[in-house]
Design a protein around this ligand. Structure first.
Ligand SMILES: C[S@@+](CC[C@H](N)C(=O)[O-])C[C@H]1O[C@@H](n2cnc3c(N)ncnc32)[C@H](O)[C@@H]1O
Length: 271
């Protein structure tokens, strides 16, 4: 597929499914490969054919949407964010949970991909903070739209490259090593529950002390969808709860009662 044709096609179709071109610019080749496979399975030759197909087969838009799910992730992505969570955010939230006579710190990882983000949080808590807060349990709900990502997360086996940013001692303590892969140990899996869920259509019933929503709506969704998602996130937060977005991602609007905890690290708090 020629790049110019791919760009033209994405700029035409992304807005029709509530997605934005700037988010896809860097990762467009990943999407081209999937579209190419889809063309082959439909016996279509060109993107112009596929455009016509979409215009006459409305159900195909759901397939196109799924071709645009970007699954890039790794453990301990953005080291300084995890350091800030360890140093400031989690101790503060844990103290507040204890002060309220509660014993569960509830977290939600949205767009959790293959589990790298929620398992990083589980490792951080158990290896660095649990001893300081022996009465507090960290529970993590991890959701993703993609069944295959959730299956991978439950399987919890990773290539060495996805662990390269993790502190060395966490790698040694947190994983069982097989010939080619690392599998996260059961005690770090135990606090995490995985669920297939589309953030545009559904949300969990409970509220959370900490929500991680990184490199999904605020990179790929259009502004109306970003605002709807943010409204939904805030509804899942209590006063004092924290929201973490990706580094460099901006919230689509002020208001909703969120104040920066650290703008540099993309951490906000419900005031
Ligand atoms: C780029 S990855 C980010 C993974 C992780 N949050 C991180 O920062 O490393 C985005 C993830 O969001 C998922 N996703 C895409 N659209 C979604 C939606 N509407 N609802 C929930 N998850 C979605 C994708 O399947 C993918 O696993």
């Amino acid at each position: 597929m020629k790049d110019a044709e791919g760009v033209h096609f994405l700029q035409w179709c992304l807005p029709k499914v509530g997605l934005i071109w700037p988010g896809y610019q860097k990762v467009r080749r990943q999407v081209y490969k999937r579209i190419q496979r889809r063309l082959e399975s439909l016996s279509l030759s060109t993107l112009v054919d596929y455009q016509r197909y979409l215009e006459t087969h409305p159900e195909e838009w759901t397939v196109l949407d799924s071709l645009c799910w970007i699954s890039i992730s790794r453990f301990y992505r953005d080291k300084s964010v995890f350091e800030f969570l360890e140093r400031d955010v989690l101790p503060c939230l844990a103290r507040e949970v204890s002060a309220q006579g509660d014993d569960v710190l509830r977290c939600w990882s949205i767009g959790c991909a293959g589990g790298e983000e929620p398992y990083s949080l589980s490792l951080l808590w158990k290896l660095e903070l649990q001893a300081q807060f022996p009465t507090v349990r960290l529970l993590i709900l991890a959701t993703d739209i993609d069944d295959r990502a959730i299956a991978h997360a439950r399987q919890s086996c990773y290539q060495p490259s996805s662990l390269k940013d993790l502190p060395t001692e966490w790698r040694a303590q947190g994983f069982d090593r097989t010939a080619e892969e690392f599998q996260i140990k059961p005690e770090f899996q135990e606090p995490v529950t995985f669920l297939t869920q589309d953030i545009r259509k559904a949300a969990p019933k409970e509220t959370f002390h900490l929500i991680l929503c990184r490199y999904l709506p605020f990179t790929y969704f259009d502004v109306p969808l970003q605002i709807n998602t943010l409204r939904c996130l805030v509804e899942q937060m209590q006063i004092g709860s924290a929201l973490v977005v990706g580094k460099g991602e901006e919230l689509p609007t002020e208001g909703f009662g969120l104040v920066p905890w650290s703008e540099k690290e993309g951490v906000y708090r419900r005031a």
